[in-house]
Structures are given as C-alpha cells and as structure tokens.
Design a protein around this ligand. Structure first.
Ligand SMILES: [Fe+2]
Length: 425
C-alpha cells in the first residue's frame, strides 16, 4: 500500500494555525488524545474485519410496515450503521410506473444531464413522478421516522446559547421536502464520479465553530461519547433514494462504510496524526507507527481547487485505517419502491461498475426536518417549483417549466405533503 498523504497542493498555512488551535496543549491532554486515537485504530481493525466478513448483511433492512414495531436494539443498530434499507415504502407498480414516466420525460424533452452523449444523471427536479413521490404519504412517514432518530441536545453550560438558538422552531415531527435529481444508469457504463466521500461540509467541520462543536467529544479525546444524532448543524438528517428498478450489488448501486461512529471519529482525528518516520512495526496500520503531529496544514481528504476547498474525499492512501477497498459495502438488492437512507456523515460512494442487464434507476429524496433555516429554504424552493426552475441549491438553468410531464401544484396531495413543500402552513 502506498501512503501518499497529500498529492494535491498543500493547504494554506492558516490551516496549520487552525490545527494548532484545536489540538490539545498540555502533556496530559496530549496523552489522552493519543490514547483515544490508538483505541480508535484498534476498534477500526476489528470493525473492518467484521464488515468484510458480513458484507451487505451489515446494512440493516426493515419492512416499511414494521417501522413502528422495531426493538430498541434494532433502532440502535440502524443508528450505529448509519444506513438503512426500508422495503416496500411505495407500491411496486407505482414505482415502476414512475420509472416509465421518467423515461418518457427524458425522451420527449430537451433534458440536461451527464454524460452529455448518453445522459443518465439528470439535472431535473420537477418531473411529475418526483413531485408525486416527495409528497407520497409513506415517503413522508418514513422521513419523519428518520428525523426522529435525531434529537436536540439538552443545553449544557458551555453551549447554552448555541443550543437554544437551534431549539427554537425545530419540529422533528414535521418533514420538509428537499428537491433533488434522479438517475437512470445504464448497464456496462463505467461511473467514476462518486468515489468515497461525505456530503455537506468539508473543512468547515474543523474551521467553523458551531460545526466543530458537533465533534467536540471527538476532539476532546472522548470519541465514544460522540453523538451523531444531535441536530445542531444538520440540514439533511439522511440522504436517500427511492429505488425505481431492481438493483443488486455490482449493478451500480450505493456503497457505504457501515459504522458512522467509527468513521466520523477517524475522519475528525486523522489530520492530527501522522505516520512516523521510524517505524517500529512492519504493519503500517499499527498504532505504534503513528504519532501526534500538528506541524503541517494538511487535512487529509480536503483539497483546494481555485481557492475553493472541497472534500472530504477519502482514499485508501489518505485514510488507510478505514481499509476502504475492503470496507465499502454495497447496499443489499433493492426492488422498485424500496428506499435507502444514509446519515449525513456516512462515507459513501457509487459502484464504478454496473454489471447488470437493466437500468439502475433512483430518485434522490433526502430526509429534512423542520428547522427555521430549512423552512426558509423551502419557501425559496417553492418559488422555484412554481416557476419550474432549478431549486436554490442547484446550478441555475432555464428550467423545465414548459416541458411535457412536469409536476404541478395539484400533484402535491395531502396536508403533510403540501406543508412539506411550503404550499400550506
Ligand atoms: Fe454524496
């Protein structure tokens, strides 16, 4: 294994100051911090061995109809894995009909998508199937269930102000709609655009004070206390998709690192440790070969391009202890109408190969709870919907308002669905 820690340009020096600022200062804290890292490496080793042995069985699967009857340990397992496959959320025939309609939509309209010469990932948000699926009562029910895995932490003295700010206007029981895109991926086509990564926030995880405070237990050397389900700075609680086709592992599906606590702790601590020059063990992953070091501005997985920082993008070289080549696990086979959700901190990727015979098609539908920030986004998103243009978070474009088969306000049925779209209060 080659350990090229940062083949990109070095990050600006201010990141060395940032690291120094976060890192423990006195000897006792440094020892505690290093012990926490060493312990994490030991835990990761056995966790990855288990993931490798169990494969897709590591990903929890539940029937939509059983959601309210899960045992506490099943819920804990879903939370720890960070990913869940929920079966039969939408009627199989309905999901297949939506796929048929989407196929027609991309045939009869001058759609935008990539790759340019054989479009499969579409920059469209307001097709009728998407508008209907987001308002489907079971989809919204499931999203509410997922949002409720989170909680707003009880105020503590040091963070009282920040927590109170967040608590105002948060309703986990009220789902909001976040309009995203869809894909209809063809078999046999290589897909290299989604290597292992985490969505929503790169260097901000360390640099932005509120975001960093979400990881304070990890940064204090107490990663076992880290709570991945505190709402403090979360926009989407889970990213997700609705399957529109039958798709098995190796057929271009989603892969995840199925332990959100360990991967979060490792991601956050990784910049503070380096491989020693003098190695005491032949095994590069052995904790004896690693040491605390805050002398460089490197944040492995964070890169700069034209003054913009992106990532975290994780590779076997930058994050060796995750053993991504062995641990990235495909979600089990899905059928039309099943949904897969993964926690916003989960390391995920899309399989490069699609060895199947059929298209692998999904609509992206994340879980978003009502918070003041999310509500103001939904208000702006609603305007985009009514005008048929891309939602505020996405690249501007002429839109699809005049396309055949675009969704209308009348396709958003039901009180909860209308409220989620900002169409009713
Ligand atoms: Fe992603």
């Amino acid at each position: 294994m080659a350990l090229e820690l940062n083949k990109h340009a070095p990050l600006p020096l201010r990141f060395a100051d940032l690291k120094l600022d976060i890192a423990p200062k006195d000897e006792d804290s440094k020892r505690h911090f290093t012990e926490a890292w060493n312990d994490l490496l030991v835990q990761l080793r056995s966790a990855v061995d288990k993931i490798k042995a169990e494969g897709s069985d590591m990903i929890p699967q539940v029937e939509f109809a059983d959601l309210q009857n899960l045992k506490p340990e099943e819920i804990e397992n879903i939370k720890r894995r960070g990913t869940v496959l929920v079966r039969n959320v939408v009627d199989n025939a309905q999901a297949a009909a939506w796929k048929f309609e989407l196929e027609n939509f991309v045939k009869v309209n001058p759609v935008e998508g990539v790759p340019e010469d054989d479009k499969q990932f579409f920059q469209h948000y307001w097709t009728r199937p998407q508008v209907q699926a987001r308002a489907h009562p079971n989809v919204l029910n499931l999203i509410t269930w997922l949002n409720n895995l989170y909680h707003v932490k009880v105020p503590t003295v040091d963070r009282q102000f920040a927590v109170n700010e967040v608590q105002k206007g948060v309703e986990l029981a009220t789902p909001l709609t976040y309009a995203d895109r869809f894909r209809i991926r063809h078999p046999g086509v290589q897909w290299n655009t989604h290597p292992p990564h985490i969505d929503g926030g790169g260097i901000e995880r360390w640099e932005e004070p509120t975001f960093r405070s979400c990881y304070k237990d990890i940064l204090n050397g107490n990663w076992k206390n880290h709570d991945s389900y505190n709402l403090a700075s979360v926009f989407r609680t889970f990213q997700g998709w609705l399957a529109l086709s039958e798709t098995a592992p190796t057929q271009g599906t989603l892969k995840v690192f199925p332990d959100v606590l360990l991967s979060s702790a490792y991601l956050i601590l990784r910049p503070f440790f380096r491989l020693k020059e003098d190695r005491t063990s032949d095994d590069l992953l052995d904790q004896a070969n690693w040491e605390l070091d805050v002398s460089t501005p490197d944040f492995p997985g964070i890169f700069e391009r034209d003054g913009v920082f992106f990532g975290p993008r994780l590779t076997p070289a930058s994050h060796p202890h995750l053993r991504l080549e062995e641990s990235m696990t495909a979600v089990p086979s899905v059928k039309p109408g099943d949904m897969v959700f993964w926690h916003c901190d989960v390391v995920h990727s899309v399989e490069q190969e699609h060895t199947g015979k059929e298209d692998s098609a999904v609509m992206y539908i994340p879980a978003v709870p009502l918070t003041p920030q999310n509500l103001s986004y939904v208000a702006r998103q609603k305007e985009s919907f009514l005008r048929g243009i891309p939602p505020p978070d996405f690249p501007k474009g002429a839109g699809e308002g005049s396309f055949i088969g675009v969704g209308k306000e009348t396709d958003v049925i039901g009180e909860i669905g209308r409220k989620a779209m900002g169409l009713a209060f």
